[in-house]
Design a protein around this ligand. Sequence first.
Ligand code: FMN
Length: 181
Amino acid sequence: MADKPKIGLFYGSSTGAGETAANIIKEEIESSGVATVDMIIVSAQSLKAMENYQYLIFGCSTWNIGELQDDWNLKFNELDIVNFKGRKVALFGNGDQYGYSNSFVDAIGIIGVKVAELGGELVGFWPKDGFEFEFSRGSVEDVIMGLPLDHDNQPNLTRQRCVDWTHWVMEQFGLPIPTPA
Ligand SMILES: Cc1cc2nc3c(=O)[nH]c(=O)nc-3n(C[C@H](O)[C@H](O)[C@H](O)COP(=O)(O)O)c2cc1C
């Protein structure tokens, strides 16, 4: 039997909100049997490791009013050495829609624009339904270019948001998770 496709999930999380989401996403994919997920803290190794994967999921929260979380901040410029051609990339990120309404999940936009410039194919855009905020660099028209999460204010919604989004991403990866009959 052929090996299962591998997904690289690169993330940075300062207080654990993004790590919680990453674990839910990994569990949802692996329990379906469709693919395996390597969870990697983005600052832990060379970003060249991203080239080991055709399918990538990036998780980055927003800090310091519109800036990347520390692990991503350290490595952001290193994205330039990654060949994103032919790779599909899905983004998720935590933020605080009430406390930082003018920079809600900006990290999704900062990383998304960069990956697109470098030739990666962004997937997993998500509606803004259920969120209230003024501005986000992650917005494109009426969607966000990845999954916004607000574990600070809506922790009880995190799991279902992650599960629903994971199914959408896997469909766009061409690795759909079968729905139970
Ligand atoms: C000092 C500070 C600045 C923040 N700035 C933003 C921001 O600009 N935009 C946003 O959406 N969230 C912001 N947040 C909220 C964090 O993104 C949120 O707490 C998130 O859950 C952290 O996720 P992590 O634990 O995965 O790093 C900020 C939080 C703090 C404490």
